[in-house]
Each structure stands twice: as C-alpha cells, then as structure tokens.
Design a protein around this ligand. Structure first.
Ligand SMILES: [Zn+2]
Length: 168
C-alpha cells in the first residue's frame, strides 16, 4: 500500500517533468517557424542551463542568410551559449532541437559536452544520431549525451513538410 501511495506522490512530479521538457521544445519549434518565414529550412534549437532552469541561447537555421553551410540551428545555438558562458564547454546544459542533428552538429554537441540532447523528428536522410554516421557510437566520439528523440516530432515534421511543399 505504501508503494502505491509513493507512486501517487510521484505522479504530479512526473507530469511536471514532461510538460517542462515540452516547454523548451515548443520554444525550439517557435525558432523553426522563424526560419521558415525567412525562407530557411525550418529547424530551431534551444540550449537550457539545467542548474538555473534558464534558456541561455536559441537559434534557427541561417545557412542562406549567412552564406554558411555550417550555420545550422544547433551550431549557432552552441556558439551563442559558449560566448554567453565564456567557455567552450556546456557540461550542465541540455540542447533541444526540432530535427535529428546532422553528423556535424552531433559532433559539435559532443565537443561542447552537452548533457542531454532532446530532438523532434528523426531525419533518415541527413541525421547523424540515430541514422547515417550514428556519430555518438563512433570510437572517435569521446562524449555521448543522453539522447531523447521523438519529442513533439509531429509538429516539426509538419513544418518541414509544409516548407518543402510550398517550395515545389
Ligand atoms: Zn546540423
């Protein structure tokens, strides 16, 4: 009986945890929407400091605007967060991104020592976390974050689908 009571006590806590995570993914989706309005592939990223529970950077794709093939949302968010922190490492930070990171961004996430990676839609063609190079499983990868995929994936997929449909 005691364990059942414990379970009920934990339920609101678990519910808070989930809505908490969605809050940051919603911010990442808002960033992705901003990218699509600028004609960029709609991908958005947010970096959160877990100790203070605060967003320390957010970004969306700016590849066309910056004429820079490395200007993915995650890369810009990591650069901004590191500059804000005055450090090349983000060990107490989590990254939320609307699409599975590509191999370049996955490697940057590893270099930055990000603690947890939350991503939305899987990317069979360009992803490097669950697909393609599966960067974090490589021997050359020295830091693997905790990985949580499929977070509000439908919203991110819909954004991408609509973006490419409109361009055809
Ligand atoms: Zn990338």
């Amino acid at each position: 009986m005691q364990s059942l009571l414990d379970l009920f006590r934990l339920l609101p806590q678990a519910a808070r945890m989930f809505s908490f995570d969605n809050t940051y993914m919603k911010l990442a989706i808002a960033e992705a929407i901003k990218a699509s309005r600028r004609g960029e592939v709609p991908v958005g990223a947010v970096i959160v400091c877990r100790l203070k529970n605060e967003v320390i950077s957010s970004a969306s794709n700016r590849v066309i605007e910056f004429m820079d093939p490395t200007a993915h949302a995650e890369m810009i968010a990591i650069r901004k967060a590191c500059q804000f922190r005055g450090s090349e490492r983000l060990i107490d930070c989590d990254l939320y991104v609307t699409l599975e990171p590509c191999p370049m961004c996955a490697q940057a996430i590893s270099f930055a020592r990000i603690k947890r990676l939350y991503f939305g839609a899987a990317d069979k063609k360009g992803g490097g976390v669950e697909n393609g190079a599966i960067v974090f499983n490589a021997k050359s990868c020295h830091h693997k974050p905790e990985i949580y995929g499929d977070i509000m994936a439908e919203s991110s997929e819909k954004l991408l689908r609509n973006f490419f449909k409109d361009r055809r």
